[in-house]
Design a protein around this ligand. Structure first.
Ligand code: GDP
Ligand code: MN
Length: 385
């Protein structure tokens, strides 16, 4: 989950990292008000997810409150990099003497969290990496100790910071690391970290990405994450704990386990069918996730006449058959739709038998043989056409 600049800066403030004075506004009038309060040169910054706003025209300097209001009006009513701009940061304009780069991120190839710094702030770090990889310095942090003071100092020393800037920037880097850990981020980037002409260090920009797998620990972020998913099916999938991808065909396909689901898609294709989607619930099925998955597909079928049949495969090696069967039935009871459901229940013999028995009055044909279930689905998909 990527956060907006203003949300990143809220995290920075809590972590004791200096950010420019200013406030978030949602209307031109509020922008005018905040500008009046600041009473100095300002920057008005469009809040969109995705960098490069500066180049795209999303960052404007204003000399007066009237000007700030006009700029806000314009930014709030034009699209920027394909996104609507819902809010803006109105901030004091920094008098920039120097811009540097700092980040904390997970480096998979090195198997840990790294701190990165570069003297080339204000430019996309990918550009620096391409042109001048030797201008980026990094340090692999030992997670048992965290980023220790002298390690931070040794790192920032390499980009030519000295004196008070050395200790201040090292302290900022350590705080970034603490913030990174406490909000379960996968990236925290300050680009640029500005050194003002008065010698202050201020985080002029903030990019924070939270590890989605940790969102259950941050209910408030999780809620925002859900609200920000535009597509209703994607939102339902995320809130139901399943993975969903839309495809072009007419057979909605679901399985427990990504590998299994992909193999199933191939088999449907090979058999002459055409999958309408990929839905995967994770290997060990709970009743709730079974229900969530089937319910999503039933609702989708109701909304989308293109879908002619729903093929559900449950592999019950560890998934209890009672959960699987009850989840399936509860979903069918909840969503009324005529689209036929075909189920393949495979796994331990006693599990297969139990699932079949529980589902014998459900009206859902249950197959043990996968090929047979697929053939039946394809037949139904064609018949309905
Ligand atoms: P991004 O383009 O989305 O990464 O947005 P940033 O917040 O990083 O801003 C891009 C550039 O705009 C910075 O590198 C600065 O050069 C400039 N900028 C942003 N804020 C200020 C400011 O307060 N004062 C000045 N002089 N320039 C700024
Ligand atoms: Mn930036």
């Amino acid at each position: 989950m990527r956060l907006y600049e203003y949300e990143g800066k809220e995290i920075f403030t809590r972590a004791g990292i200096p950010v420019p004075q200013g406030a978030l506004v949602r209307t031109a009038n509020e922008a005018w008000g905040e500008a009046t309060r600041l009473d100095k040169q300002m920057v008005v910054k469009a809040q969109i997810l995705g960098g490069g706003r500066g180049l795209a025209g999303g960052i404007k300097v204003a000399e007066t409150a009237e000007q700030a209001g006009k700029i806000a009006q314009k930014l709030l009513t034009t699209k920027l990099k394909e996104s609507h701009v819902d809010c803006l940061l109105v901030e004091e304009k920094l008098d920039i003497a120097r811009e540097v780069y700092m980040s904390i991120t997970v480096d998979r190839s090195r198997g840990g969290i790294v701190a990165m710094v570069s003297a080339e702030g204000g430019v996309a770090i990918e550009e620096v990496a391409k042109r001048n990889p030797n201008k980026i310095f990094s340090f692999l942090i030992n997670p048992l100790y965290g980023l220790r003071g002298y390690e931070a100092i040794n790192l920032v020393r390499q980009i030519g910071l000295g004196g008070e800037h050395l200790t201040t920037s090292a302290r900022i880097l350590s705080r970034l690391y603490q913030a990174f850990i406490s909000c379960d981020a996968r990236l925290i980037e300050v680009n640029p970290l500005v050194i003002t002409s008065e010698g202050e260090m201020v985080a002029a920009d903030a990019r924070v990405e939270i590890d989605d797998n940790s969102l259950f620990k941050h209910p408030e972020l999780q809620e925002r994450h859900l609200q920000r998913i535009d597509n209703v099916w994607d939102r339902e999938a995320v809130s139901g704990g399943v993975n969903y991808v839309d495809l072009e065909g007419n057979i909605a396909v679901m399985a427990n386990g990504a590998g299994l689901a992909m193999a199933l898609l191939d088999m449907v294709k090979d058999g002459g069918g055409s999958p309408a989607c990929f839905l995967e619930t994770g290997g060990g099925l709970s009743k709730q996730r079974m229900k969530n998955g089937v319910r999503l597909l039933l609702k989708k079928a109701k909304a989308d006449p293109r879908i002619k049949v729903i093929l559900v495969m449950a592999r019950m090696m560890i998934s209890p058959p009672d959960d699987v069967a009850e989840g399936l039935m509860e979903a069918i009871r909840e969503v009324e739709v005529n689209t036929p459901v075909v189920a393949v229940m495979r796994g331990r013999k006693p599990y297969e038998q139990r699932a079949k028995e529980l589902l014998k009055d459900s009206g859902v044909p249950i197959y043990s043989d996968l090929q047979e279930g697929i053939r039946q689905s394809i037949k139904l998909a064609k018949r309905e056409d």
